[in-house]
Design a protein around this ligand. Structure first.
Ligand SMILES: Nc1nc2c(ncn2[C@@H]2O[C@H](COP(=O)(O)OP(=O)(O)O)[C@@H](O)[C@H]2O)c(=O)[nH]1
Ligand SMILES: [Mg+2]
Length: 246
């Protein structure tokens, strides 16, 4: 019998898969662009985006010129994009594996969620770790109200802190509320205009990459989504929960 690698699907033998989730417009694509800009010279990177009907996020990231455009691929998810990162992860896994094969070896593949819902989280079957992105424009109390991604993602980002004075949000208070909801897991106040915060993001990605690739991190499941509604292919409103088996 041919000898099998001991743990063929462990991150030591493939890329570290890092999910980036959060509501639309909070800055997920921008954060991925920042990570690529900061780290493409030290890590071999790839990006997968999930959009409902288009490949707009992938095109935006390609046009940012921060990574070889061939290393950025889109999965079109249809009307229910959170399904693609939570319940039926197969199209994403295929996209990740294709990218890993075409550009072997890759160190990190960033996967952006469609981000249509405050409670959308990645399945640990798809990613090794995940970042959840909020922004100050969404209001200072979002972090306190919580949700599975806010409470249990590996890193919570409070983004666009440069906008705080304009939207009347107290950033230290929002960060403290988030920390209280997370039992010690990290919270990062980020703005692309604040070099120090960008450096902290870069450090987190680098150290998480080292930890995951050494086998020192067990992916956590942040938990299922809340019931939610969205408009289906036929234009009708669907309200549902996602069933999960663990
Ligand atoms: N002021 C400010 N705007 C930002 C920042 N990061 C992203 N944005 C803007 O927020 C909007 C949404 O960003 P995008 O990355 O497309 O969000 P996504 O839908 O979560 O992927 C865009 O207009 C970005 O230029 C930031 O740090 N500060
Ligand atoms: Mg985006």
């Amino acid at each position: 019998m041919p000898e099998m690698p001991e743990k063929p699907d462990q991150p030591g033998n493939r890329s570290f898969r890092l999910g980036v989730a959060g509501p639309v417009g909070t800055g997920k694509s921008s954060l991925i662009a920042t990570v690529c800009r900061e780290l493409a010279s030290v890590l071999r990177l790839g990006v997968i985006t999930n959009d409902i009907y288009t490949d707009e996020d992938a095109r935006l990231l390609r046009s940012a010129g921060v990574l070889d455009p061939e290393r950025i691929r889109a999965v079109e998810t249809g009307a229910c994009p959170h399904t693609a990162i939570r319940d039926d992860v197969t199209p994403n896994l295929i996209a990740v594996e294709d990218l890993e094969r075409d550009f072997a070896p890759l160190d990190v593949v960033l996967v952006e969620s469609g981000g249509d819902n405050l409670t959308a989280t990645f399945s640990p079957a798809l990613v090794d770790a995940q970042i959840f992105v909020l922004d100050v424009a969404g209001g200072g109390d979002v972090a306190r109200k919580g949700g599975p991604g806010i409470a249990r993602a590996d890193l919570l980002v409070v983004n666009k802190t440069d906008l705080a004075p304009y939207v009347g949000v107290d950033v230290p208070r929002m960060v403290a509320d988030a920390q209280a909801a997370r039992g010690g897991k990290p919270v990062l106040a980020l703005s692309r205009t604040d070099a120090e915060s960008v450096a902290r993001l870069k450090d987190w990605v680098l150290s998480m990459t080292a930890v995951v690739r050494s086998g020192g991190h067990t992916p956590v499941d942040p938990g299922p989504m809340a019931p939610h509604s969205h408009v289906g292919d036929d234009g009708l409103l669907i309200t549902h929960t996602h069933a999960h088996s663990h």
